[in-house]
Design a protein around this ligand. Structure first.
Ligand code: 13P
Length: 252
């Protein structure tokens, strides 16, 4: 059985105090509710990783970084290495978010190196893929996502690919309030799973967690998560409010 996951990507939000309050509310929610085997991951801004990790150790929460550098170490001012994350017991790292592709010009090639650094340090990549609106409208969305996976992920050996979580985030749905329909999400998730089967095998395809991201909220999460190939969500805006995030976790 593949793992169901709800991950919160806080992006560049919250002061230290706000982060502390939010994480404490989430720990309280997790500790006082039976969430079964659902994996809950918090991806705070880097300066709050230690705080989040300390608080998460009091519950079943996992912690993820939002980014990692593609080099091992050295003169890269302002950057964070996979080895640093590993030394802080960070479990996951978002790699290839569309905001980083757009604003920081991260190419598929660079992202394949980031994936390598994460795997070498036993950090599980949450690898983001997804098409832009013009690519959807031109009917190119399958080709775009296929290239993203082939160029950044499919070089991995079977045993390393097993540690990867994929997040399908159509860029036109991120922060816009426009969610992919349940059918659009299922169609793409099934396609991604078929690519994994083709590249690796059926067992790996069936065991890979594929999350949906893009304006997922307490109102639409249940319908999205009900799809056969949608194994949870990568949540932006709605992860900043403990109540909303808790409702999403309870949407399976
Ligand atoms: P929103 O949920 O705010 O649309 O963001 C999704 C996202 O980008 C998660 O990584």
């Amino acid at each position: 059985m593949r793992k169901q996951i709800v991950a919160g990507n806080w992006k560049m939000n919250n002061t230290f105090q706000e982060a502390d309050d939010l994480i404490n509310e989430l720990v309280e929610f997790i500790n006082s509710n039976d969430i079964g085997d659902i994996g809950v991951i918090i991806c705070p801004p880097a300066p709050y990783l230690e705080l989040t990790s300390d608080s998460a150790s009091e519950s079943d929460l996992f912690v993820g970084a939002q980014n990692v550098n593609d080099h091992e170490s050295g003169a890269y001012t302002g950057e964070i290495s996979a080895a640093m994350l590993e030394s802080m017991n960070i479990d996951y790292c978002i790699i290839g978010h569309s905001e980083r592709r757009k604003y920081y010009h991260e190419s598929n090639e660079m992202l394949s190196e980031k994936v390598n650094r994460a795997i070498e340090s036993s950090i599980q990549p949450i690898f983001c893929c997804g098409e832009l609106l013009p690519e959807r409208e031109a009917g190119e969305y399958f080709d775009v996502v296929k290239a993203q996976l082939e160029e950044s992920l499919f070089h991995l050996k079977e045993e390393d690919f097993e540690d990867v979580v994929i997040a399908y985030e159509p860029v036109w749905a991120i922060g816009t309030g426009v969610t992919a329909t349940s059918d659009q999400a299922q169609e793409m998730h099934a396609f991604i799973r078929s690519l994994i089967k083709e590249k690796y095998n059926e067992n790996i395809a069936e065991n890979t967690t594929i999350l949906y991201g893009g304006s997922c909220n307490p109102k639409n999460a249940r319908e999205l998560f009900a799809n056969k190939d949608v194994d949870g969500g990568l949540i932006g805006g709605a992860s900043l409010k403990a109540d909303d995030f808790a409702k999403i976790i309870q949407s399976f």
